[in-house]
Structure formats: C-alpha cells, structure tokens
Design a protein around this ligand. Structure first.
Ligand code: C2E
Ligand code: MG
Ligand code: MG
Length: 763
C-alpha cells in the first residue's frame, strides 16, 4: 500500500491544501447551517435585491486607492447590511454568494486562477461571516439579548464589532494560510505586512452599511433619494478622480518606465561603447604590437639585407661591393694625404675547378671557407679581406710603408695557404697566385687598381711562381694580349688561320702513314704566329673550341681530297690536336661527328691527339670521353708522352691506339745513341699496352737509326718532313718523295729556315 510520503509531488496533499480543505469544509458547513436556519421572513424581495446587488454590482464597484494596499469594497458593506437587516444566517449566505460572484468576476477580468480558488474563497467568506455572527451574538448578549439599532450609538458599536471581527477573522485565517505557504516568516510579520491594510475595507464597508441602514429605516424618501444621489455622485466622482489619479500615476509610471528604459538603453549604449572602446583599444594594442614586431622583423631583415648586400654568404667576408666602397675611400684619402698608402692583393686559387670537379661542390665550398679563415687569421684588423668572385679573393693591406713589405706579407700568405690540410678524409693542397698593386695617384676608381692587381696575378700565374707585383710594363703586355685575343676572335672569319701538315712516316718501310695538322695564324701585323704563342690565349678565352671545330672540318675535308688522289693514299690519316679544355666538354663528340659527316671520311682515318698532361688532368672524365670517342670510330693518340706524369694504372684504362713520344726524349739522345734507355722503356711500354709508337722531333739520322733499331713504328720530324701548307703538302703527295732521307744532313739543315718569332709580342 502506498503512503502519502511515497506519493509523487503532484498527488501529494500539501499542508496548504489541507488548510484550504479544512476551510472549505468549515465554510460549507457554516453555509449549510445558515441555509437551514435562515429565518423565513428573511427571504424577501429586499433579500433578493441584496443577492442581485452582491452578484452583479458589488464586484464591479470595489475601488483601490492609488499606490496603496487599501481598497474600498462594497462586498463587506453588502454582508454587513444583510446582517443588520436580515440577521447573521442571511449574512453568511450573502457572504458566500458575494465572494463567489466576486471570484468569477475577477477570474474573467483580472486573470484570477488556482486550485479550488472559488470554493475556498467563498467558503472563507461564509466562515468569516459565521465568526462575525458569533461575535454579534455575544455582543447582543452583552446588551441583554437584543440591541436597539435605532440608536445610532448602538449601531456604531455593533458595526464596529462586526467590522473588527470580520477584519480579525479574515486577516488571521489568511495569515495562517500565508504562514503555511511561506516558510520562515512569522505570523505577526505576515499579518502586519499583508493583512493590516485590509482593515480599511471592513471599516468603510461597515460605515457604508450603517449609513444605508440608517437611510432606509429612518429617512423619508426624499432624503433617501438625495442621499442616494449624493452617494452616487460622490462615488462616481470619487471613482473618476481615482481613475484620473490612477491614470496620472500610470502616465508618471509610464514616463518613469520610459525614462528608465531610456536610461537603460543609454547605459547599454554606454556599456556597448565602452566594450567597443575596450575592444578597439585591445585591437589597437595588438595591432601596435604586431606593427612593432613587423618593424623589428623589417629592421632585422634590413640589417640582414644590408649585411647580405655587403658580404659573401659562404665565407662571411666582405663582398666585391663592400670591398669597392672601402677601396674608394682609401683612394680619396691617399690623394689627400700620400702617407695613407695601401696595397691591393688579388688572389686566385689555382685549378679550383678541379677541386669542385673531383671532390664535389660541398668540399669546394669548404675549401673556400677555410682559405678565407686563413687569410683573415694572417692579417691585421685594419686590413680588409673580400671574396670578389668564385675562387677570387682580394685584400687591402694598410700602413705597411712599402711595396716590399706588402710582398713579404703576400709571401707569408702564400706559404700559409699552400700548406696541405685534411678535409672529409681528403688531403687537400690549395695553390694560389697573388698579384700586388700598390696605391698610386693615377687611380680614380677601385676597378682600376683591382684590374692592375689582377694583371699582376695573371703574370704570376704564367710565371708559375705564385707572386707578382704590378708594373706599367705588365699593363701594356696585358693590353697587347687583350688586343691579341680580340684579333684571334676574328681570325677565323678573316681566314687568317691556316693548317700546316707534317707527314708521319713508317720508320720500318718509309711509307707515308698520314699527317699531323698543325695550326698557324697569319696575323696581318705580326705575320705567321706559331701555335705555342696563341693556343694558350685561345684556351684561356674559350676560343679554342670554335678554332678546333674549324680545324676538324678543314683537316677532314683536306684528307678526303688527298685520300682520293691515289689508291695507296686511301688509308691516309690526319691527326688533329685536341686541347685539354675541349676534352672536358661534351660537345667534342658532336663536333667530331659533324666533321666526319661533312667530309664523309672513314672515321678510323681521323686521329685525335691528346697531350698526356691533358689526359691525366681529370682521368675519370678522360676515360669516359675517350671511350665515347672510340665509339664514334676515330683513332686516339696520347701526345707528348713522358711529360705528363702518367699514372700507369690510369694509362692502361685509356683506349689510346697510338703513343707519341715527346720530342725531348728523342732530342736528348746523343749521336752515339746515349740516353736511349727512356726511349727504349717507353717503346716497350707502348708495345705492352698494345699501342703503336710514334716518335716526334726526329732531327738527326742517328735518332732515326736508333728509333728504327728500337722498333719504333712511326716517326715525325724535320729530318723526315717539316710541317707545310696545304698546297705544298699536296705537291709532295704528287711528287711521292722518298720519306726516309737518303742524305740526312741535308734534310735536317732545312728546318733552320723555320720562321723566327722574335718580332712577336711577349705574352
Ligand atoms: P705537338 O702536337 O707535339 O706538335 C708537334 C710540334 O713539334 C709542332 O710544333 C711541330 O712543328 C714540331 N716539330 C715537328 N718535328 C720537329 C722537329 O724535328 N724538331 C722540332 N724542334 N720541332 C718539331 P708546332 O706546330 O709549333 O706546334 C706546337 C704545339 O702546338 C703542338 O705540339 C701542339 O701541342 C700545339 N698545336 C699545334 N697545332 C695545334 C692545333 O691545331 N690544336 C691544338 N690544340 N694544338 C696545336
Ligand atoms: Mg700533336
Ligand atoms: Mg707532341
């Protein structure tokens, strides 16, 4: 079975409900009692009028005093009036009906709602009326059983008892209810706060009931009519003025509400503005912080940029720009005061390309960084070191007093930098050339003094001793060389380059094997220039490639013509010298193929001569290149053998067909065959490597005889035939001379008439 405490809240019977229930039971009991005991005489037209008034008029006539809890109601008046006229039982019934009607009116008009609200209020009304009835009964008893209400004093006392009892009963019952409902507040507080104000209603109600009672019972109809009119007018005007006051209050309240709303909106707007201002301030400070950061980054990148603009990223040394700036200042200072002398050193790392090619660019970079550090270590803080190109450095020495001292410093730098060091397991030796240019009043720009230091450096490179001081002679020599280079550039177009052909003869049977094509330059001013004078310039300037292309095509074209002169010339070969610079270039294959295509010669009749030093400069690349050339079908010859420090391990990997002994070995052989051991060794080496041997520079009969004895295959030399132009060579082909001389002495003396080159400029 379910107990009350276990019921859900909605079903549980609350204390307020219990209280209401008790009031309803008590009120309804009182009502029933009143209905049962109501005197018969009470049920009259007057009673009906009271009931009608209670139902339809009284609820509509209550007045609430503006801005107070006091209100004037006709409910009490009607109850008290019924009391005075028809007795307590009637008043109980009227109280019930009036409250019932009032509740319905309020439900419709004022939104009154709640559980049992009509019943509980109506019962409460009849219960209170019962208390009033009891109090009246006691009062009557005090008057000896009946009170003469015609006496105004008695009427006032009775009405006072009725009003006070009604007020006390109502207020106490309601306060109890509130006390049960509201936990915490005391009964006294509730009564004082919520019920005291209702006393007014009872008092005015009682007063009004008394007045009406008096008028009905004791006044004549005119007085009654006047009183009713006065009361009516008074009521209506009072009601109107209350309405006006209420409306004024409402307007004031509306105005206050509007003011409060405006105030609230202003405060809200103010708050929004403040929030926005704070937000803006925050954003501003964030933006400022960001801007500050951006400025910082900008300043840093500006600094970095400036540093990068003036420094070399690899070595962190000054770059050409900064070096130029310093130099410009020094040139100006020197012109003002010659005691501010200085020297400029131009340093170039020799064969740095080889380091890059063989050990890779990473090592190459490290080598440059190490070199830079070494330079800095060896110099004074007032000196300036810069990297002004790939493997080029420059130094400004200050306050030394003389060029000789600058030379000493340069020598020290040279000795230090050429000390070998180890890097990633490789022993590396850096070799450099240094040119020194002392300051001079004739210099106006940094470029001029750097150019002269560069000229000195080139001279040091040529001489091979690592160091040179600039002189005016070096400059004119340099300028001549520059001019010479320019002339060479136009030499092909102007048909100034020609080929001479030197026969190569079989030493065993004197048969003509072919020719070596040797270039000559017919300079318009200097006459015939030998290759030793201009090939290095062509190599330095890169002109060697177009020149070689021309030689390959020219020599091949020539050969095909000569091969066609006679059946036994069909297998003649032509040897073309290939520079080491060209060998390092993959275009060589195409250049050779093009020459073969143009001339249509058998590829095996074209022989390429590569000097031993060029072949050994970069052996791995050479092996690769030579094999590719072999695939084209041409023959290969190693030239000037014996001068290039061949590594035998490399030599046997290189697919050479022929080995050409350098003429210095032939030359050193004495008339009686002395110093022939090296020749002998080279010849047997070549044979072991399955190569044919050519000896060049054969000038004497004894050399020829020795070479024949040693089993040398072919020979080339002034004794046999000098290099001759195309026409003369062709004449020889027609003449078919005996290539091995019958009178060696006569043949040799001919070569003395080779053009002298003493008149040529010295480069
Ligand atoms: P090389 O390739 O060893 O050429 C042989 C050189 O020896 C030629 O000098 C030739 O005239 C010279 N010669 C031949 N027989 C004798 C002799 O019995 N006695 C003496 N004293 N000399 C003799 P040349 O023509 O002055 O050429 C010198 C070097 O210039 C050549 O040496 C070669 O390395 C280079 N050269 C010549 N022509 C060319 C060319 O077309 N291209 C390239 N890259 N280099 C060339
Ligand atoms: Mg040669
Ligand atoms: Mg040679």
């Amino acid at each position: 079975m379910q107990t009350t405490s276990q019921l859900p809240d909605t079903l549980r019977f609350q204390p307020t409900d219990q209280y209401k229930f008790a009031i309803i039971v008590a009120g309804l009991s009182c009502l029933i009692f009143a209905l049962l005991t109501i005197p018969e005489g009470a049920l009259s037209l007057g009673f009906l009028a009271i009931v009608v008034f209670a139902i339809f008029v009284a609820p509509r006539m209550s007045l609430t005093l503006p801005r107070s809890k006091f209100f004037i109601s006709f409910s009490e008046s009607i109850v008290f009036f019924a009391f005075l006229v028809y007795g307590g039982e009637t008043a109980i019934v009227v109280a019930f009906i009036e409250t019932f009607a009032n509740c319905i009116f309020l439900m419709r008009n004022s939104g009154l709602s709640g559980k049992w609200v009509i019943l509980w209020n109506s019962a409460l009304g009849s219960l209170v009326a019962t208390f009033v009835f009891v109090a009246f009964t006691f009062t009557s008893k005090a008057y000896g059983g009946s009170v003469a209400l015609s006496d105004t004093r008695n009427l006032i006392i009775v009405l006072g008892v009725l009003a006070i009892t009604h007020f006390l009963a109502t207020s106490l019952l309601v306060s109890f209810y509130r006390r049960i409902k509201t936990e915490g507040a005391s009964l006294w507080q509730i009564w004082k706060k919520e019920c005291l104000s209702t006393s007014m209603a009872q008092l005015t109600g009682a007063g009004l009931a008394g007045v009406i009672y008096k008028l009905i019972n004791y006044a004549d109809p005119l007085v009654m009519a006047v009183a009713a009119a006065v009361v009516g007018v008074f009521y209506l005007s009072y009601r109107q003025s209350i309405r006006d006051i209420n409306s004024a209050f409402e307007q004031v309240e509306e105005a206050e509400r509007e003011k409060a709303e405006a105030e609230r909106q202003r405060a809200e707007a103010e708050r929004t503005r403040r929030v926005e201002a704070e937000e803006f301030a925050n954003q501003l400070s964030v933006a400022l912080a960001k801007e500050e950061q951006a400025n910082k980054a900008l300043r840093k990148s500006e600094r970095d940029f400036q540093h990068a603009a003036l420094h070399d990223s690899l070595t962190t040394l000054a770059n050409r720009k900064q070096f130029g700036d310093v130099l410009r200042r020094l040139i100006t200072d020197y012109k003002v005061d010659p005691s501010n002398e200085f020297q400029v050193l131009f340093l170039d790392i020799r064969s740095f390309k080889n380091i890059n090619d063989t050990l890779g660019h990473t090592i190459g970079d490290k080598v440059l960084a190490i070199a830079a550090k070494r330079f800095v270590r060896m110099l004074d803080t007032k000196d300036t070191v810069a990297r002004i190109g790939g493997d080029e450095f420059a130094i400004i020495l200050r306050g030394l007093g003389s060029t000789a001292k600058a030379e000493k410093v340069a020598r020290r730098i040279y000795q230090n930098i050429t000390q070998p060091f180890s890097l990633s397991g490789n022993s590396i030796t850096v070799d450099i050339n240094i040119g020194i240019a002392p300051c001079d009043v004739e210099y106006d720009t940094p470029e001029e003094i750097l150019r002269d230091a560069d000229i000195a450096m080139h001279y040091a490179k040529e001489k091979g001793n690592g160091l040179a001081v600039f002189t005016k002679e070096l400059r004119s020599r340099f300028l001549e060389r520059v001019r010479f280079e320019m002339d060479l550039r136009h030499a092909i177009d102007r048909n100034e380059l020609i080929l001479h052909y030197q026969p190569i003869i079989s030493l065993q049977d004197g048969q003509l094997i072919g020719f070596e094509a040797l270039i000559r330059w017919h300079h318009s001013e200097f006459g015939l220039i030998p290759p030793s004078k201009f090939i290095p310039i062509a190599e330095d300037s890169g002109l060697i490639k177009p020149i070689t292309v021309w030689i390959l095509e020219e020599a091949s074209r020539q050969l095909v013509r000569w091969q066609g002169l006679a059946p036994d010339y069909r297998s003649l070969i032509v040897s073309v010298n290939i520079s080491g610079k060209h060998l390092g270039d993959n275009d060589l294959i195409d250049d050779v193929q093009r020459a073969l295509e143009i001339s249509k010669i058998d590829p095996s009749t074209l022989k390429l001569e590569i000097t031993e030093s060029a072949a050994m400069e970069s052996p791995d690349h050479t092996v690769n290149m030579l094999h590719r050339l072999k695939q084209v079908g041409v023959q290969l010859s190693i030239d000037d053998f014996g001068t290039g420090y061949s590594s035998l391990s490399h030599l046997h990997k290189l697919p050479f067909d022929t080995l050409k002994i350098d003429r210095s070995f032939v030359y050193s052989v004495g008339a009686a065959g002395e110093n022939s051991e090296i020749l002998q060794t080279i010849i047997s080496l070549a044979k072991n490597l399955k190569m044919r041997v050519v000896a060049e520079g054969i000038e004497t009969a004894s050399q020829l005889a020795l070479l024949q004895t040693l089993g040398c295959d072919y020979g080339q030399g002034f004794l046999l035939a000098k290099p001759k132009p195309r026409e003369e060579t062709e004449t020889l082909l027609y003449q078919r001379p005996s290539w091995l001389p019958e009178d060696p002495l006569v043949a040799y003396t001919e070569h003395i008439s080779e053009p002298a080159d003493a008149h040529l400029p010295v480069f």
